[in-house]
Design a protein around this ligand. Structure first.
Ligand code: FAD
Length: 327
């Protein structure tokens, strides 16, 4: 039985997405732990530069190029992956719990007749049995599930589950592989890539973030967060309800269906800390939470916590920082 680990590389416009390096970190741990090799599976067109950068992280990078693979298309990807998986029979195949993985993994698992563990936070072997860990009921409970025995398992992990793998002195092998005869899919055709409009700020690039949640209560109160952000040189981000209410644009949302951020400072104002939010910010270097509920789950990831009314604490904080800056 193979102990190899495959990671599907997600890329767009010639750039490998962060989730890939997070999966490669987990893939390396699994491959080393079970005595297999770590493979990156790179599917598309014009892949040379990306293959070179993957060499520094993996044992083998399989490159499958064809004009039809130019843009992500789950059916064509499935045809390529099914061939590769049948040929090499890796123990684990990791994909992002992203639009790539959501579309591709269930169909691939069904086509190959192998189990799929979606949205996991961990996976391991107990004897010959694969066991995975998943958050359920909005992250309130962590469940452990054993998967039925199989030669291989598909696993998807949400963005932000693992720290990204860093390049090393590794000089992995690049294997160029011809795609199988790709059966034309007439009913699903790539039309064009629509980029979401670039926002004024990129919260992923910011070292300091002031994030607001439903505890801010009213749109007008956002001014308070903006003032604090201005005072400490941060940008304003938010939890999902703030975006749903139309108070801030989607590109400010942190979490599993928003952005994953890793700033030096993350100040959470009136955010409960539900699993979906925490997925996007738990990698911050320092997390400070202000919440009037001492049992709010945000305090379990915060390094510093203030249990109080944010409308009392934030103005005091602004005054204190401004006073220090004036000296
Ligand atoms: P709440 O949970 O309502 O928390 C508000 C907090 O403010 C409470 O803890 C309260 O104690 C505190 N508070 C109230 N008043 C004050 C005050 N005056 N001073 C101090 N504290 C106060 N959420 C995300 O954020 N990002 C995502 O990407 C995301 N994706 C999701 C994807 C799916 C599929 C689903 C189902 C949900 C997703 N969610 C996401 C929603 C998530 O489950 C939570 O509902 C959301 O994060 C809660 O936002 P919140 O903490 O702002 O609000």
């Amino acid at each position: 039985m193979s102990r190899d680990v495959f990671v599907l590389v997600e890329h767009r416009q010639g750039v490998i997405r962060d989730i890939t390096f997070e999966l490669l970190a987990k893939g390396r741990q699994l491959a080393n732990g079970y005595g297999g090799s770590l493979w990156a599976i790179l599917i598309g067109a014009d892949l040379e530069a990306m293959a070179e950068s993957l060499r520094q992280v993996v044992d083998k990078a399989v490159v499958v190029e064809a004009p039809r693979l130019c843009h992500f298309h789950s059916d064509y990807y499935q045809q390529v992956l099914a061939t590769l998986l049948q040929e090499h029979r890796p123990l684990f195949t990791l994909m992002g719990h992203t639009s790539y993985g959501w579309e591709l993994a269930p169909c691939l698992g069904a086509a190959l007749g192998i189990p799929l563990a979606p949205g996991c936070i961990d996976i391991w072997l107990e004897g010959e049995l694969a066991v995975c860990k998943r958050m359920v009921y909005g992250g309130k409970i962590v469940g452990e599930y054993s998967l039925r025995p199989s030669w291989g398992y598909l696993v998807t992990f949400p963005a932000g589950t693992f720290p990204a793998a860093a390049p090393s002195a590794q000089a992995g092998l690049i294997i160029r592989q011809q795609p199988p005869q790709l059966e034309e899919i007439a009913e699903k055709v790539f039309v064009r890539l629509m980029e979401s409009p670039a926002g004024e700020v990129d919260i992923c690039q910011s070292q300091k973030i002031v994030a607001v949640g439903r505890g801010i209560r009213e749109r007008e109160h956002l001014r308070l967060a903006e003032e604090l952000a201005k005072t400490i040189g941060a940008v304003v981000a938010c939890s999902r309800p703030i975006v749903d209410a139309g108070w801030l644009p989607k590109d400010r949302q942190v979490g599993s269906s928003g952005k994953t951020v890793r700033p030096k400072l993350y100040l959470a104002l009136g955010i409960s800390g539900d699993f979906q939010h925490v997925m996007g910010m738990k990698g911050a270097e320092t997390i400070i939470a202000i919440n009037k509920d001492p049992n709010a789950p945000i305090f379990s990831v915060a390094h510093y916590g203030v249990v109080d009314d944010l409308f009392k604490v934030v103005p005091a904080l602004i005054t204190t920082v401004q006073g220090m800056q004036a000296k």
